[in-house]
Design a protein around this ligand. Structure first.
Ligand code: PSV
Ligand code: MN
Length: 382
């Protein structure tokens, strides 16, 4: 394994350990955390078994606490750090018609103030990234002024960006639908790129793999944003139909391979790369902690296969116009089973060769199932 693969670190989302579901039902699960501390303990467990997940992303207000400094200390005691702060502005009645884009200045200011409060949280936790995903948008043609909303968005983002510290970044996530169904205010990478370009170099794009129309060539977007030095972070997950938030690599391992190939090609795993790798998933029917373990292993596995591509042979075939050879070089790497070498890598790093079975045998799940009784289970609250 080369240094690029040793650089792979995947941030876990705190919300993945809480209950989640669909608009039809949120199922409760034994052992589900009742507080952010228990989510962090679970995330740290994923890291302990895989060596791949040293940080945890928080969502504000879901993970609000009185003392963020001591929460950061708590995380460190468990062997992880706090990472990205997500500024959820999608569950407050005031934001029904928008947050940073709202026509009412008072509501806009409330949303801006919430982001400034998130920056204060980052100052306490030592987090680098403020991740903004907006549910803003409209359901019907004519409902809102598309252009006016863009202007207000630009102004609000600029106010927030002015407060981002020198070592901090603003990452703007795009999504082409949901909860708004006619138009969202940051629907695509181009819009996110335009806004972050206007803001400055500490503003970058967040690419959530579940936020594209079916058939979109995501690796193209990865290549382009890396080229433009604007790929700030990934929210990894996979989808069949909508924003399914399923285990990354589960629906389409080949797509994950192609994405990781472009990441490597564009220097996204080089030393000092600005690209943050995160999961943005939830586990509605499968066990949550093993779901996260499987996810980070999937990313590592496809990155490892992507690193096997014989780039020299690929270039020769591409430049010779040998379509079939070029494709075969790529597929050779994709079809290579790297699990034995990853098991060896883990053993060399003092990790269990098979994290899934090691976790199952560890008794951690039985312990939390027995201990976490009473209280209110954390949930995304939908
Ligand atoms: C929105 O669909 C999203 O991908 C954003 O990243 C949110 O922060 C996250 O999911 C949780 O709702
Ligand atoms: Mn996301």
């Amino acid at each position: 394994m080369g240094t690029q693969l040793d650089n792979l670190a995947i941030e876990l989302p705190s919300w993945a350990f809480g209950n989640s579901g669909t608009r039809f039902k949120v199922f409760g699960t034994p052992g589900t955390p009742r507080a952010v501390q228990e989510k962090i303990a679970d995330a740290a467990t994923v890291h302990r078994f895989t060596g791949l997940a040293p940080t945890v992303a928080l969502h504000i207000p879901w993970d609000t606490v009185d003392d963020y400094r001591s929460l950061a200390g708590y995380a460190e005691e468990h062997g992880v750090k706090l990472g990205t702060i997500n500024s959820n502005t999608f569950q407050d009645d005031d934001y029904k018609f928008g947050s940073l884009t709202h026509t009412d200045k008072t509501v806009r200011q409330k949303a801006i103030d919430h982001h400034l409060a998130c920056i204060e949280v980052m100052n306490e936790t030592g987090s680098r990234d403020l991740k903004i995903w907006l549910a803003d948008g409209t359901n019907y043609p004519g409902q809102g002024d598309i252009r006016g909303r863009q202007e207000r968005l630009a102004e609000s983002l600029n106010t927030i960006y002015q407060r981002i510290g020198d070592d901090q970044r603003l990452v703007l996530e795009y999504k082409f639908f949901e909860p708004a169904m006619y138009m969202t205010d940051v629907p695509d990478w181009g819009t996110s790129y335009a806004h972050t370009l206007a803001l400055g170099e500490r503003a970058m794009v967040c690419l959530d793999t579940g936020h594209h129309a079916p058939g979109t060539n995501i690796e193209f977007i990865v290549a382009q944003l890396l080229r433009l030095q604007k790929l700030g972070s990934f929210d990894f997950n996979s989808r069949f139909y909508a924003d399914d938030d399923l285990i990354v690599g589960a629906a389409d391992p080949f797509q994950l391979f192609r994405i990781m190939f472009e990441v490597l090609r564009g220097g996204g795993l080089d030393d000092g790369s600005p690209v943050a790798f995160m999961l943005d998933q939830c586990h509605n029917v499968e066990a949550k902690i093993p779901g996260q373990i499987r996810s980070v292993l999937n990313v590592q596995e496809m990155a490892t296969r992507a690193a096997l591509v014989d780039v020299e042979a690929l270039t020769v075939a591409q430049e010779a116009g040998d379509v079939l050879d070029a494709n075969e070089v790529l597929m050779d790497a994709f079809y290579t089973d790297v699990r034995p070498r990853l098991a060896q890598w883990r053993t060399e790093h003092g990790l269990p060769a098979n994290p899934m079975s090691a976790f199952a045998e560890s008794g951690y799940q039985t312990t939390i199932d027995a201990e976490r009784v009473g209280g209110t289970q954390s949930s995304w609250g939908a």
